[in-house]
Design a binder for this molecule. Structure first.
Ligand SMILES: Nc1ncnc2c1ncn2[C@@H]1O[C@H](COP(=O)(O)OP(=O)(O)OP(=O)(O)O)[C@@H](O)[C@H]1O
Ligand SMILES: O=C(O)[C@@H](O)C(=O)CO
Length: 424
């Protein structure tokens, strides 16, 4: 069996499918493991993505989990390692991007790597080392209010330098504009100055593809999912191979959406689905806290409706409603109650014959994937930038399950319907 050539470690589940999606677009066949597998890979793939939930856990734990993933990937024979974090560089001075990068560099005996969260398809661009989210600088975007990783500085050289002892520098837009040669020259210069990690400017897919060959010699790359579109070419794979790489078994079963994301994008998607006549059941955290059995109620509600088309079960709410619930029952308690209920509902829906399931929200996805006992997924076609369909093995769905894990911020208003249209 051909060994995977690229080994990836992602710091959350939806981020992992985002990365896998871009590798597939570049022509790679990709398998995603949920957590570090305890057995060797038994199917053919060009790249493997190990999905961790290590973004906001204590840095020492993130390092330990990452190194365990690295050892498993090395045992599968990978030639290059890719550490995937968020395109908004979600982290704090304590980590985890810096400490994990350092630990990987130490373990791989690597004295130079890059750090590039750019993801132009979703409006994340880096210019002169400053990260933009759409037209706003990172620290002026909604990320400044993130509950766990508030991003208050857009200068990534400064942000990363605060997290690592290794010297951080910049491969700036002038070098990137000169393509692979320009970048190679810049790397040589930075190395001579003692720089070991370089932020990379990038504002377009064309740039990411053009400079991809410059990363071929690096044992480790660290990035969002953007640079993935330029990597497959280094292994002789091309965009033209993407249709084959993205092939999944044909879709079967009933269709459902489970949404626990409260982002602006997801609120718009839920509204669009409901106002277009879609059937929806709302989960209220206050009722959950009061002991209502909303899981059973939602499943009873869904049963007669599933045959008519996709059903939506959602806790998605506007910021004021979320805040009100959080004030009454606490942020963590509200989150945990909702996640637990949505995960049980996802499992119940699959037991009722759902074979095509959309899950919205990173934490929600983690909870659903666990409830469905999914350990591995193959990555299929892209629904929207950063969001592919996947085909998962699950003991709850012996014939396999088509599943998509949507990052809160990703997808346009019509995402839910577009997702099912793509499979049909
Ligand atoms: N109505 C609600 N009130 C309070 N908390 C809620 C409500 N609905 C969902 N939640 C919780 O909010 C959190 C949403 O996080 P999640 O990661 O799923 O979405 P996201 O942050 O939009 O996605 P991503 O991490 O991909 O950006 C979950 O813990 C969920 O349980
Ligand atoms: O890079 C991104 O923005 C996403 O893949 C992500 O990591 C969401 O949590």
């Amino acid at each position: 069996m051909k060994k995977p050539i690229l080994g990836c470690i992602a710091d959350d589940f939806t981020g992992a499918t985002d990365l896998a999606n871009n590798l597939v677009r570049g022509g790679m066949r990709v398998v995603q493991a949920i957590g570090v597998p305890n057995a060797p890979l038994d199917e053919e793939a060009d790249a493997v993505v190990v999905a961790l939930k290590s973004r906001t856990i204590p840095a020492a734990e993130a390092v330990a989990q990452t190194l365990q993933a690295l050892r498993w990937l090395q045992a599968q024979g990978v030639q290059q390692v890719y550490f995937k974090y968020c395109s908004t560089f979600d982290s704090t001075p304590a980590g985890n991007i810096g400490p994990v990068t350092e630990a990987l560099m130490n373990a791989l005996g690597c004295d130079f790597t890059i750090a590039c969260p750019a993801f132009p398809d979703n409006g994340r661009t880096v210019f002169k080392g400053y990260l933009f989210v759409g037209d706003e600088l990172l620290h002026e975007s909604g990320m400044r209010n993130h509950p766990l990783t508030p991003m208050t500085d857009s200068n990534l050289v400064r942000v990363l330098q605060a997290q690592t002892k290794r010297k951080v520098g910049l491969i700036d837009y002038r070098s990137v504009a000169r393509g692979t040669e320009g970048v190679r020259e810049r790397i040589a210069k930075l190395r001579s100055e003692g720089v070991q990690v370089a932020i990379v400017d990038a504002t377009s897919n064309a740039e990411l593809v053009a400079v991809g060959p410059a990363w071929a010699d690096l044992k480790l790359v660290t990035a969002g999912s953007g640079i993935a579109i330029g990597l497959p070419q280094n292994f002789g794979l091309r965009e033209g191979d993407a249709a084959t790489a993205a092939r999944l078994p044909s879709a079967q079963g009933l269709r459902a959406i489970v949404s626990g994301s409260c982002s602006v994008a997801t609120n718009g998607q839920v509204l669009s689905f409901l106002s277009g006549g879609g059937a929806g059941f709302a989960i209220d955290p206050l009722q959950l806290a009061a002991g209502a059995d909303l899981v059973q109620q939602a499943l009873d509600w869904a049963k007669p409706r599933l045959a008519q088309g996709p059903v939506l079960v959602y806790a998605t709410a506007e910021p004021a409603a979320v805040k009100a619930a959080q004030q009454k029952i606490g942020v963590e308690q509200a989150g945990a109650l909702v996640e637990h209920a949505l995960a049980a509902i996802a499992r119940g829906l699959v037991e009722q014959g759902v074979g095509q399931l959309v899950v919205a929200g990173g934490e929600t996805s983690g909870a659903c994937v666990q409830a469905l006992e999914i350990s591995r997924m193959r990555i299929g076609p892209q629904i929207a930038p950063g969001v592919p369909w996947c085909h998962a093995r699950s003991p709850v769905a012996p014939g396999g399950l088509h599943l998509t894990l949507k990052s809160g911020n990703f997808g346009g208003p019509g995402f839910f319907r577009e997702a099912f249209e793509l499979l049909a």
